[in-house]
Write a protein that binds this ligand. Sequence first.
Ligand SMILES: Cc1cc2nc3c(=O)[nH]c(=O)nc-3n(C[C@H](O)[C@H](O)[C@H](O)COP(=O)(O)OP(=O)(O)OC[C@H]3O[C@@H](n4cnc5c(N)ncnc54)[C@H](O)[C@@H]3O)c2cc1C
Length: 469
Amino acid sequence: MLNPCDAAFVSHLAGLLPPGRITAPEPRHLEEPRGRWQGHAGAVARPETTAEVAVVVRACAQARVGVVPWGGGTGLVGGQVMVDGPAPLLLSLERMNRLRGAYPQENALVVEAGMILADVQAKAAAVGRLFPLTLASQGSCRIGGNLAANAGGVHVLRYGNTRDLCLGIEAVLPDGTVFDGLTRLRKDNAGYDLRHLMIGSEGTLGVITAANLRLFPIPAATIVALLAVPSPAAALDLLALAQERLGGMVSAFELISRVGFDFLAETMPEVRAPLDPVPEWMVLVELGLPAGLEPEVAMANLYDAADDRGLVSDGVIATSGAQAAGLWQLREMIPEGNRRVGAVSSHDISLPLSAIPEFIGRAPGELAGLGAFRINCFGHLGDGNLHWNVFPVQGAHRKDHDPVREKVKTRVHDLVHALGGSVAAEHGVGRLKVADLARYGDPGKLAAMRAIKAALDPLGIMNPGAVLG
Ligand SMILES: Cc1cc2nc3c(=O)[nH]c(=O)nc-3n(C[C@H](O)[C@H](O)[C@H](O)COP(=O)(O)OP(=O)(O)OC[C@H]3O[C@@H](n4cnc5c(N)ncnc54)[C@H](O)[C@@H]3O)c2cc1C
């Protein structure tokens, strides 16, 4: 049984820390991007050092007060907002945003968990390297949150998830112990790898305080194109063709449907689609090339080879950095268009690549009898990760479908599961998908997860209610 973060605890905690570290929650701490939940908290702790984080967590353990780690508050599954139960302490990492070291020769960068992702990218660029994690939320999410959620984004195809971009972790465990795993080693098989336990644990196993991140060479040239494809199956063939011809130089491969542009036209009429007529299906392709290869030639050759095979029907190749940024901006506006239309149900799913055409073909039929809907299917096709989101038809409102929302989600997720996919692809479980994890998770894995949670956090203070419920 947990205790609330009440006035007596707040004053006790404030006495253990330098002045100003404990403040009242602001609205931004209790809201989340989709406006689905309103969180509550007794106070916000804003430590400046790992030692201060340890003091906070130890005090919470002693008093049995729940702790919800908070990065930038951009998570999409409610992991950072606690809605019910005794008011927790919110632990914000925002003041822990220092660079601890840059090692370009080692392709490594050591930063504190509260550094904004865009600042991590800038620190890497300042030493002539690339930190490839790229998300539309990069101006406000923090690297500790990215690690805790094992965020994906648009460059996973080439560089991997956040998990793949991390060499070492420093964290405070639920009893206040500091785990110093900030190694810069590429090989270290000395025992269990706690780094990978902390990554993706969504604040349920401890607080990530710093990380050693992997850096990469900056491609000599980058080129972006928006290509019309006849179908999702053709898009997958195009991906295979691009990888055969260009290997690991394909940095991003995003699927976009016409519905995404329909929504932009409805909600942001000033936005112009670059292809006319807007095709049913498109892919946004980014190539990152080493010195010696002409980017326009590489993309044009790919287009010609795809055209010969009937895999493309139209396209626009960006010929300047500004045009490339414009194409990416359109891709990144799609979630905003979705938000303005208002989804009945959103699904962050992944599938084996070869099952994607079958899923896209079958999924609308699964909703038969539940109402009239529009589907916006888009996402990181190269990773098998789709955002398959269900919307009301024009003139209707998402609320009209409240009675069937749960059924919509279950039918979509059942199909994903039957096709060997995951219903929590890149956004995590948080509070939104606790029941889904219980329903679709492998029983052996769930039992091991519960045992790990009980061993590391026997009092259940870390992010109560998230992931395992
Ligand atoms: C516009 C937009 C676009 C997005 N695009 C993508 C995308 O392409 N790919 C993708 O994967 N995600 C995407 N996301 C969601 C994504 O998960 C987050 O943007 C980001 O990874 C979360 O970081 P944050 O700092 O905001 O974490 P928060 O939202 O604050 O927290 C997320 C979770 O991590 C925990 N947590 C936070 N910090 C720590 C820490 N230091 N230690 C332990 N636990 C911690 C929290 O308790 C919570 O459970 C998007 C979100 C938005 C709003």
